[in-house]
Design a protein around this ligand. Structure first.
Ligand code: 13P
Length: 241
């Protein structure tokens, strides 16, 4: 269960309080829980919840260091985060390309963290029947550069039209794409398909989560809005467990 807090909350005290409430609320739940706070709150959140909860970053710059104003490298994140989201549609929409996402995944992996590779089609791509072509292209670019390295990935299928819209995919549609993505992982390396996790994201709520968690190829969820309220996210983690 991965919480993508995006650009929330405004204050460090609120970020730490939310993280502590989640950490307390998920004790005894049989699900791996990961919080992805904004970069500026990463250190405080990681210090507050210690090793009890996984910590993820929301993006990374693949360059090792240098003149990249406002950016954060994988070297800087190493030791602080176990996961890094790469390729979120909100960043692809701001100009990040498949090639950049692939380089991000390589740098994350090179620093011992696990990339959470976000893939998903727009409404127009879906209408045109291009869903699988789009997500295969997005995932394939990453797999091509990770070819020599078969460590597990997390792949998050997030249809762009479902994010923050209140209109999630149906469980059956999400499962169909998740199964196809697992097939791609399997054709790349058998162990990769077994060890990697596939998440669904896009308007997941406590009311609809069971639709996704009941699906064979969906191992969890990447949650935005519903992760900002501790009780709701704890309920989601409980449902996943
Ligand atoms: P929502 O859960 O708010 O739709 O956001 C999903 C998402 O983009 C998670 O990365």
């Amino acid at each position: 269960m991965v919480a993508n807090w995006k650009m929330n909350p405004d204050r460090q005290t609120d970020a730490v309080a939310l993280a502590l409430a989640v950490a307390d609320g998920v004790v005894g739940i049989d699900a791996e829980v990961v919080l992805c706070p904004p970069t500026i709150w990463l250190l405080a959140v990681a210090a507050a919840v210690g090793p009890r909860i996984g910590i993820g970053a929301q993006t990374v710059n693949p360059a090792p260091r240098g003149a990249f104003t406002g950016e954060t490298s994988a070297t800087m994140l190493e030791g602080l985060a176990a996961y890094v989201i790469v390729g979120h549609s909100e960043r692809r929409g701001a100009g990040e390309t498949d090639g950049l996402v692939a380089r991000q995944a390589v740098s994350v992996r090179a620093h011992g963290m696990v990339p959470i590779v976000a893939v998903g089609e727009t409404a127009d791509e879906r209408t045109a029947g291009h869903t699988l072509a789009v997500v295969f292209r997005q995932l394939g670019t990453v797999l091509d550069v990770l070819a020599a390295d078969h460590g597990p990935l997390v792949v998050a299928y997030e249809p762009v039209w479902a994010i923050g819209s209140g209109t999630p995919a149906t469980g059956a549609d999400a499962q169909a794409v998740a199964a196809a993505l697992r097939g791609e992982l399997r054709s790349h390396a058998r162990g990769l398909a077994d060890d990697s996790r596939i998440l669904y994201g896009g308007s997941v709520t406590a009311a609809n989560a069971h639709e996704f968690f009941g699906q064979l190829d969906i191992d969890g969820a990447l949650v935005g809005g519903a992760s900002l309220e501790a009780e709701t996210f704890i309920a989601l983690a409980r449902a996943a467990g």
